[in-house]
Design a protein around this ligand. Structure first.
Ligand code: ATP
Ligand code: MG
Length: 553
């Protein structure tokens, strides 16, 4: 991990804001907003925008609003709004105001009337298809609609009747009158209102006309007194329209739109529409499936707000679109969990060991520290007994060179307990190993054996006291780094992205595991409790392996 390359502490937006503060450009204020459309759950790309918007406000003693850009009611819902609020709050940010574009429907309407009165907007009866044809192309100028020169009076009348519901959906649109020959297609008389009879999750059936995104966004920003309107690069070509609307309407303030590159993360998709498809077509169990790059999915997988914020800071803010390696996100969560996760032992694929020289009914309560570097995390009790379970692949009959785990005739240390030696391998008729018979050296608790050293350390649980658990291991959701570039991203969904291990055993202390805690299961990775857990069966998700090459420590 090359930290220097990734961290960009003084990115260009921080510089712009610092300069503006110095020159008192916006009267010394910094007001930003995070403006999601509530048509899906937030994803890791949104986290970048959230960290930037809320972070910019926090760093400058400013304000940041959470604004729902809710002008497309057919795709939006209260469920999505609730999830967005939950996710922003979970990341640790507090909005100054909770706003909705729909709060401004009346003002937006009056501003449109204002444009009509200035002869800067007209009601057009061209069909959607004709509007597209008339618009021209990058090489050809557009053509003016026959309705472009409708009188102001007639436009005012038609627009008020659009609102009153006198016309069918699609019969008319209101268009800004700008320049059909502009090299910027966004300025060729864009539609700013359309007729759409859909129930709105907040305004109900009060409106049958809805304002378009570009028109709504700049005015909403101005109404809220936003100083820096931070958005992604695809809106760069829309900035002239943003500025045109605000200039013509002489709104009380004129926010400054600044564009930055979208986050694109390898092996994932960051588009609500496509994520929605994964959910509705059941490629995943829901928006919060731990394989999803949504905030809810990352949370369920065990990611922490700190790791996500660290990631957003590390990738920096630039104007160049680029793909970020998954390893960067994994690095951030490992850093956090290595420092903060409780240690515990879990055996994913158990193999029984009988310690033949250990007393039959004895159970020792060993004290094991919860974190090797953090004394404050204290110790827990781990029971030790005659029958224990180890990981099946921590024993080998044909060990490769440098194998540091258990082999017949050799010794290994059990983490936090004794050194054992494997004497016999017990098999069934089918030649499968059923158990190992070992002996332990009672003088090796917390110290090396006399005159020799056990080669490796393996983890274990006591069979009788351990708890049954299901452990879910996740892999990338897509088989190629840039699934978005495929003809159909569904063709490259990884069919092996979820592996469920149903016969795992975890140490007894995990009966008190909580959804908030994170655990390092010794040698197998970082885990968290899943909300599918019940009293009878614990379910854990693997957040990430211990190392990025999957190598064990
Ligand atoms: P999607 O295609 O996922 O719906 P969007 O841009 O349409 O993305 P919005 O709900 O409009 O989603 O986004 C809210 C804010 O988050 C916008 O300012 C948008 O620019 C920003 N945003 C969305 N995706 C990303 C991303 N991948 N990287 C950075 N910012 C993003
Ligand atoms: Mg959108």
């Amino acid at each position: 991990m090359q930290k220097t390359e990734l961290s960009a502490p003084a990115h260009f937006i921080r510089q712009i804001v610092a300069n503006d503060l110095q020159s008192s450009k916006h009267n010394g204020n910094v007001v930003t907003r995070f403006p999601p459309e509530p048509n899906g759950y937030l994803h890791i790309g949104h986290a970048k925008s959230i960290c930037l918007n809320f972070g910019t406000a926090l760093e400058n003693n400013g304000k940041c609003n959470l604004r729902f850009d809710d002008t497309n009611p057919e795709k939006e819902s209260i469920e999505y709004m609730e999830s967005i609020k939950r996710d922003v709050a979970w990341l640790g940010f507090e909005w100054t105001r909770l706003c909705h574009a729909s709060d401004y429907f009346e003002q937006l309407y009056q501003y449109a009337v204002d444009l009509i009165k200035q002869n800067l907007a007209y009601v057009d009866s061209l069909s959607a298809e004709d509007i597209r044809l008339y618009r021209g192309t990058l090489t050809q100028p557009g053509r003016e609609s026959p309705d472009r020169n409708r009188s102001i009076e007639e436009n005012l009348d038609l627009f008020s009747r659009m609102r009153a519901g006198e016309f069918a959906d699609g019969q008319y649109v209101l268009r800004a009158k700008i320049d059909m020959a502009s090299p910027n297609i966004n300025l060729r008389d864009p539609a700013i209102y359309r007729i759409r009879r859909v129930h709105h999750q907040r305004t109900g059936d009060a409106w049958c006309i809805y304002p378009m995104y570009d028109y709504t966004h700049c005015i909403s920003d101005a109404i809220e007194g936003i100083t820096h309107s931070l958005c992604t690069l695809e809106f760069e070509d829309h900035r002239p329209l943003y500025d045109w609307v605000l200039d013509k309407l002489q709104t009380p303030c004129h926010p400054q739109q600044i564009e930055f590159a979208r986050l694109q993360l390898e092996y994932t998709i960051v588009s609500k529409r496509k994520l929605n498809q994964l959910v509705t077509e059941k490629h995943v169990s829901g928006w919060d499936d731990p394989r999803m790059p949504t905030i809810a999915g990352l949370r369920r997988a065990g990611f922490t707000p700190q790791a996500i914020k660290d990631f957003c800071e590390r990738i920096g803010i630039t104007k160049q679109n680029s793909w970020i390696e998954m390893g960067v996100l994994e690095y951030c969560i490992r850093e956090d969990l290595n420092t903060n996760a409780f240690r515990a032992m879990a055996v994913l694929n158990p193999l029984r060991i009988v310690i033949t020289n250990y007393p039959d009914d004895k159970v020792e309560q060993l004290e094991v520290s919860n974190h090797p570097q953090k004394e404050a995390y204290g110790k827990r009790i781990v029971p030790f007994s005659k029958t224990i379970l180890i990981e099946r692949d921590d024993f080998s009959e044909n060990p490769p060179p440098k194998y540091k785990r258990l082999i017949q005739g050799e010794e290994v240390r059990l983490r936090g307990a004794y050194v054992i030696r494997c004497n016999d391998v017990i098999k069934n008729d089918a030649d499968d190993i059923i158990e190992l018979h070992c002996t332990y050296d009672e003088n090796t608790l917390g110290k090396n054996p006399e005159g020799r050293k056990a080669k490796g350390v393996i983890h274990w649980v006591s069979q009788a006291q351990s708890l049954p658990a299901e452990i879910r291991l996740y892999d990338r959701l897509f088989t190629v780094p840039q699934p978005d570039n495929e003809d159909n991203f569904l063709d490259v969904v990884n069919p092996h992205s979820l592996q469920i291990l149903r016969d795992c055993r975890v140490e007894a202390s995990l009966h008190s595991a909580t959804l908030e805690n994170r655990y390092q299961f010794e040698r197998t990775g970082y885990f968290c409790l899943d909300l599918d857990s019940t009293c009878d069966k614990l379910v854990f998700n693997r957040t990430v392996t211990l190392r990025d090459n999957g190598e064990k420590d």
